[in-house]
Design a protein around this ligand. Structure first.
Ligand SMILES: Cc1cc2nc3c(=O)[nH]c(=O)nc-3n(C[C@H](O)[C@H](O)[C@H](O)COP(=O)(O)OP(=O)(O)OC[C@H]3O[C@@H](n4cnc5c(N)ncnc54)[C@H](O)[C@@H]3O)c2cc1C
Length: 531
C-alpha cells in the first residue's frame, strides 16, 4: 500500500483524524477538493476572494471552471452552504465552538456515545483550537444588546457569552475614531503550532476570511501539526469513487483540477476515512453503492437521518436606536439559551452579523492599480458611498438561532429526467421535521424584538415558500448499533467494509441544537483514538 491512511476532505472531521493519525506515525495522504487559501496569494495558495469577479463559488457540476470556497446547493425546501477549502468549513465559519448540551444525547446515539464519553474529546478540541469568549472590555454592541434583550424578556440568566476559535489581545479596545479597527492594530504572534497569526481587531469579516489572521482555522492548527508529522495534503483533488483492493485496503479514484481541466488519478491505502462533510460523504458513498457498485454492502440506511440543525435567521430593525453595528466585531458572540425545552422546543438564540462587502470592495479597488477612466470612476463612486454610509445596515439586528429539529431528511441519487441525464444528489426534507422548532424560534425572535422596541420581519424565504437555508447540515451516514440502524458504528467504522471509516458531520445521527463544529471535532478525535 502506498499509504496507511487516506483521508477524503480536510474539514473538522478530516483535518483532525488525518493529523492525529500522522501524529501516531501513520503515512497519511489527505485529498481535498478545494483550494489552499491564504490572505495573500503565494506559491500554491489562492488569495481570499474579496471583490466582484473573485472566485467565491464552488460549482459541483463544473469544478474545473469554478472552484471558489462557497458551495451553495439548493434542494426543494432546503438550501445548504458548505466550505470548499483546505480546512473545510473553518475558513468561512463564524468561529463559534460550542459544546453539545447534555440534552443532545437524550436519544439517537449508539449506547457507547454519551455526553460524559465525548466530553474529554470536546475539551481536547477546545484546547487545541485555542477557544475563548470575547474578553471583557471588547464586547460588541450586539453582544451588549443580547444581554439587555434577555433581561427585557425577564430571562437574564439565559444570556451566555460563547467560546470562539479566535485569537484575542486582552489589551485591545474600541477607539471612538475607529483607529483600532484596522489590520495594522492587530498584534502578530506565532501560535502553539508554529503558525504566524494576528489578534482580532473586530473587522467583522469572520465569514469571508479574516485579513488580520485572527481566526484559529484548521489550516493554522491541526493541519500544520499533521504536516509536521509527515502528512501530505493535496488541494484541488476531487475524490470520485473507491473500491476494495484485493487482499485489503482500497483504491481511491480522484480528479485533479489543473489549469482548468480535470486529470484522472488514483491512490491506494490500507484505511480510508471519508470526511467530505454531510452532503459530500453521503453523495460519495451513495455513488459507490448505487452507481459504481463498488461498495455494495453499505447499509440501506445510507442517506437517512439528515437534519438542518434548526438554523434560522430573522432580521429586526431598530432605526431610532444607537447603532448595533452588525458588520463590526466577531460575527457571533453570545446566546440566549432555551435548550432546556422550557418553550416546548429546544433551541438557542444567537446574535448574527455580516461582513461589510461594500467597504471590502472599495478597499480592494483602491489598493489595485487603477488602469482606466471607468475604473477610476468606480473607485470614486465606492469611496463616496462609503463616506456617506460607512456601514450599510448599522441598525439591523440579525437574530440567529439553532434548534433541535427532527432528523428525518433523506438523500439519494436521482436522474434529472426519468431515464436520462446524470444521477444527481437529491435531498428530500419534510417540512414537518423542522416546522415546530422554527415556529418556536420565530416566536422568540418576535418576543425579543418587541421587548426591545424593534420592528420584526420574518424572512420571505420562510413566510412565502417555507424554504430554509442551513450552514449546519448533519447526518446522511448516521451512527447506529448495526447496519439495520446506521451506516457506521460509534467509532466511525463503516458496517460491512473493513478499513473504511466516516468521520465528519455526516455521522451525527440527530440535531445538536448548537453550532456543530466542536462536536464534529470531538467525534473525530475519538475516531482517531480508536483507529
Ligand atoms: C457561513 C458558515 C458559518 C458557520 N459558522 C459556524 C460556527 O460559527 N460554528 C460552528 O460550529 N459551525 C459553523 N458552521 C458549520 C461548520 O463549518 C460545519 O459544521 C463544519 O465545517 C462541518 O465539518 P465537516 O468536517 O463535517 O465538513 P467540512 O468542514 O465541510 O469539510 C468537508 C471537506 O471535504 C471536502 N470535500 C467534499 N467533497 C469532497 C470530495 N469528493 N473529494 C475531496 N474533498 C471533498 C470539502 O471541500 C470540505 O473541505 C458554519 C458554516 C458556514 C457555511
Amino acid at each position: 500500500m502506498e499509504w496507511d491512511v487516506l483521508v477524503i476532505g480536510s474539514g473538522f472531521g478530516g483535518a483532525i483524524v488525518g493529523s492525529r493519525m500522522a501524529e501516531k506515525g501513520a503515512r497519511v495522504l489527505m485529498l481535498e477538493r478545494g483550494r489552499w487559501w491564504d490572505k495573500a496569494a503565494g506559491p500554491g495558495r489562492s488569495a481570499y476572494p474579496r471583490g466582484i469577479g473573485d472566485p467565491w463559488i464552488w460549482n459541483q457540476a463544473a469544478p474545473e471552471r469554478e472552484n471558489g470556497w462557497i458551495d451553495f446547493r439548493t434542494f426543494p425546501r432546503m438550501s445548504v452552504i458548505q466550505g470548499a477549502a483546505v480546512g473545510g468549513g473553518s475558513l468561512i465559519y463564524a468561529n463559534i465552538s460550542a459544546e453539545a448540551p447534555r440534552s443532545a444525547f437524550d436519544g439517537g446515539w449508539p449506547p457507547e456515545l454519551t455526553y460524559e464519553e465525548l466530553k474529554p474529546h470536546s475539551d481536547r478540541v477546545a484546547a487545541f483550537m485555542g477557544v475563548m469568549p470575547i474578553p471583557d472590555g471588547q464586547w460588541t454592541e450586539r453582544m451588549k444588546f443580547m444581554q439587555r434583550s434577555a433581561a427585557a424578556i425577564g430571562e437574564p440568566a439565559r444570556f451566555q457569552p460563547l467560546e470562539l476559535a479566535v485569537a484575542f489581545d486582552p489589551q485591545w479596545r474600541y477607539a471612538p475614531d475607529g483607529s483600532t479597527e484596522r489590520v495594522e492594530a492587530s498584534r502578530r504572534f506565532v501560535n502553539a503550532h508554529g503558525v504566524e497569526q494576528g489578534t482580532c481587531v473586530h473587522l467583522g469579516n469572520c465569514d469571508i476570511g479574516c485579513e488580520a489572521d485572527a481566526k484559529n482555522t484548521l489550516d493554522r492548527n491541526y493541519i500544520p501539526m499533521g504536516i509536521r508529522h509527515g502528512m501530505e495534503v493535496r488541494p484541488l483533488h476531487i475524490v470520485r469513487g473507491l473500491e476494495p483492493w484485493p487482499g485489503g485496503g482500497y483504491l481511491v479514484h480522484f480528479d485533479r483540477i489543473l489549469n482548468g481541466v480535470l486529470i484522472r488519478g488514483e491512490a491506494r491505502a490500507r484505511q480510508v476515512v471519508v470526511s467530505a462533510g454531510s452532503l459530500g460523504s453521503t453523495e460519495l458513498l451513495l455513488r459507490c453503492r448505487d452507481e459504481h457498485r463498488t461498495l455494495d454492502r453499505l447499509s440501506p440506511r445510507l442517506g437517512e437521518r439528515w437534519c438542518s440543525n434548526g438554523d434560522f435567521l430573522t432580521p429586526a430593525f431598530y432605526p431610532g436606536m444607537a447603532p448595533l453595528h452588525p458588520s463590526k466585531g466577531p460575527t457571533i458572540s453570545s446566546a440566549i439559551n432555551f435548550l432546556d425545552g422550557s418553550q416546548g422546543e429546544r433551541f438557542w438564540i444567537e446574535d448574527g452579523g455580516f461582513p461589510n462587502l461594500l467597504a471590502d470592495q472599495a478597499r480592494k479597488l483602491s489598493q489595485g492599480r487603477v488602469r482606466n477612466l471607468r475604473a477610476k470612476l468606480l473607485v470614486e463612486v465606492f469611496q463616496r458611498l462609503l463616506r456617506e454610509h460607512p456601514e450599510p445596515f448599522p441598525h439591523v439586528m440579525p437574530w440567529f438561532a439553532q434548534g433541535m429539529d427532527r432528523a428525518k431528511g433523506v438523500m439519494d441519487l436521482r436522474r434529472r429526467f426519468w431515464f436520462f441525464g446524470q444521477r444527481r444528489l437529491r435531498l428530500d426534507w419534510e417540512l414537518s421535521s423542522g416546522k415546530a422548532v422554527v415556529d418556536a424560534i420565530i416566536a422568540m425572535h418576535k418576543r425579543l424584538t418587541e421587548a426591545t422596541g424593534g420592528t420584526f420581519h420574518a424572512p420571505m424565504n420562510w413566510d412565502l415558500a417555507h424554504h430554509l437555508v442551513t450552514p449546519h447540515p448533519l447526518g446522511g451516514c448516521a451512527m447506529g448499533r448495526g447496519p439495520a440502524e446506521g451506516v457506521v458504528d460509534h467509532a466511525g467504522r463503516v458496517f460491512g467494509h473493513e478499513g473504511l471509516f466516516v468521520a465528519d458531520g455526516a455521522i451525527i445521527p440527530r440535531a445538536l441544537g448548537v453550532n456543530p463544529s466542536r462536536t464534529i471535532g470531538a467525534l473525530a478525535e475519538r475516531v482517531a483514538s480508536l483507529m
